[in-house]
Design a protein around this ligand. Structure first.
Ligand code: GRF
Length: 219
């Protein structure tokens, strides 16, 4: 790319005052989880270890028995149950999610094993600020049972993807990926466990990266 002397590059220069300002401002995260919550735990650990300048404002979960809620209470994070069965439509549930996230001053929404389709109600309230983790190398094996899909396809390498959410399922801009070998004796459980080790590494890293993108890039 050739820039004319008077042209403005799309990267906004990261001046010192900007950096100082942001260094003192942890990202305010809202985490959505439906089940075990090991990715919630990985984010909390990364924050504690000083690898991610963030704070978890709230966990929203949709299954009353989700272990993620137990983990949240261990970390002293408020956990709000929004059971999808209590809402007439996906839009109604997303409306309540938006209200809850705003009530807790959330800036970034992290879907860490959130097993619900997203509607424009949530997307439009947090444009380009919703991050998802998916257990495959997207665009391969979208949707449910991605690990089983990879095994059935006979691929030798699969992995995980962190991406921004858009209306189409598992299709938004990719922030980070990690590859994982498929071993001959793998079951869905052994392969998923190997993938999750990488999820726990790249999800916190990608959250930090996403913030850099928002700070310095004019979209
Ligand atoms: C992860 O494998 C994630 O990729 C998928 O759901 C799983 C959630 O795991 N979307 P956990 O609840 O964080 O342990």
């Amino acid at each position: 790319m050739v820039l004319r002397p008077d042209s403005t590059p799309s990267l906004v220069s990261p001046d010192i005052s900007d950096r100082t300002k942001y260094a003192d401002t942890p990202l305010k995260l809202g985490i959505l989880a439906s089940g075990n919550g090991s990715n919630f735990e990985a984010i909390a650990q990364a924050i504690k270890a000083g690898q991610l300048a963030a704070q978890i404002q709230v966990l929203i979960y949709n299954h009353p028995e989700a272990k993620a809620a137990v983990r949240a209470s261990h970390w002293g994070v408020p956990a709000v149950l929004l059971n999808h069965r209590d809402y007439k439509s996906r839009e109604d549930l997303d409306g309540q999610i938006v209200q809850t996230l705003q009530q807790y001053n959330v800036e970034w929404v992290i879907m860490a094993g959130w097993m619900r389709l997203v509607t424009p109600v949530l997307l439009n309230a947090f444009t380009n600020k919703i991050i998802n983790i998916h257990p495959s190398l997207l665009p391969s094996f979208k949707g449910m049972r991605a690990v089983e899909q990879a095994l059935a396809a006979g691929v030798k390498i699969t992995g995980c993807t962190v991406h921004l959410i858009c209306l189409e399922m598992d299709a938004g801009p990719i922030l980070m990926q990690a590859a994982v070998p498929v071993l001959p004796d793998d079951t869905p459980e052994t392969l998923h466990a190997r993938i999750q080790m990488q999820e726990h590494r790249i999800l916190p890293a990608a959250i930090a990266l996403a913030e850099q993108i928002q700070k310095y890039v004019t979209i």
